[in-house]
Design a protein around this ligand. Structure first.
Ligand code: GLY
Length: 310
């Protein structure tokens, strides 16, 4: 019989500078805690990490507060194109979709691709696959996102995106990291992208830079995708853990380096020992976790804190 491990869970709904003007602390906290509660319950019932991660990402994608799935931001041409990926530490396998449109849950397509010989598909390929799978078309546009885009267009996109969790533009993403009761790790990340980006711009969320595990640690990133890619942040932290750093040390070193280079991002992670951590160079990461004893979150952690171990 396999030995039982205490499950662990951390989720995020993006990063940025302030939560106050966007539905605020209470709405965001309630949404995050409810999702943590439901997904942690699954882990307690014996769900494997990748199942819990997909469920958590689906719930976050379905919540219009967050910039992923329903509520995704619009690109420069007024279209929504979403990116998502899933990595399973048990198989060391990455899969994802880049700039997929007209679907409800990009993470579901990433999950499907886990068992495909072609594991990362971009726009046209993702559309073809949706057609093959008979997935009904879905419009993830919300009135709020459309209004934001129209307002910004009037000013020729010179201002930053107005929404909470996608503010500043480029920092909205969702992510889930889980450790299951067999000791398996998985991670998923999903995003509507930067907002107002050039057509064809590719997010970090469907790259190992933004979403990575090797079974020893798992990390999901949020923030400016170009900065995350330049640091190869998720893989960087995970490889440091494989090379002997503890999770906090790996976050601290990676975030100190990022701070020196004025990067703008945040990340969450769990390692195989059950340590839970997050880090940020920006003021705020919208994250919540379950450590086996309680649900906690990052929403009122001071701006000065760079790395936190739950
Ligand atoms: N981190 C999300 C993006 O830059 O697309």
């Amino acid at each position: 019989m396999e030995s039982q491990v205490q499950p662990k869970l951390i989720i995020h709904g993006g990063s940025g500078s302030s939560i106050e003007s966007k539905g605020g602390l209470i709405a965001v906290r309630q949404s995050l805690h409810k999702i943590v509660e439901e997904v942690y319950e699954m882990l307690l019932r014996g769900a494997i990490a990748s199942e819990a991660v997909v469920r958590g990402c689906t719930l976050l994608e379905d919540n219009p507060l967050f910039n992923a799935g329903t509520g995704s931001v619009l690109q420069s041409d007024g279209q929504i194109r979403m990116s998502a990926s899933l990595m399973d530490g048990a198989t060391n396998r990455f899969s994802g979709v880049i700039n997929a449109s007209r679907l409800k849950n990009p993470i579901e397509l990433a999950k499907f691709l886990q068992n495909s010989p072609d594991r990362v598909l971009s726009d046209y390929g993702a559309a073809e696959l949706l057609r093959e799978l008979n997935v009904p078309p879905y419009n993830p546009l919300t009135d709020k996102r459309l209004e934001e885009w129209i307002e910004e267009r009037k000013e020729n996109f010179t201002k930053k995106m107005a929404n909470t969790v996608a503010e500043p533009a480029g920092s909205g993403t969702i992510g889930v990291v889980a450790l299951d009761n067999r000791g398996g790790l998985a991670v998923g990340t999903s995003t509507g992208g930067k907002g107002f980006e050039r057509i064809g711009r590719t997010s970090d969320s469907a790259m190992p830079a933004g979403n990575y595990t090797n079974g020893l640690a798992a990390v999901s990133c949020t923030g400016i995708g170009e900065d995350i890619i330049d640091e190869c942040l998720a893989a960087r932290i995970v490889v440091r853990v494989s090379d002997g750093f503890d999770l906090k040390g790996a976050f601290e070193k990676s975030f100190a380096e990022a701070d020196d280079r004025q990067r703008d991002f945040a990340a969450i992670g769990i390692d195989a020992t059950g340590a839970i951590a997050w880090g940020k160079t920006c003021d705020l990461i919208v994250a919540a976790f379950h450590d086996g004893q309680r649900i906690g979150d990052s929403l009122e952690i001071g701006q000065g804190t760079k790395v936190f171990l739950a």
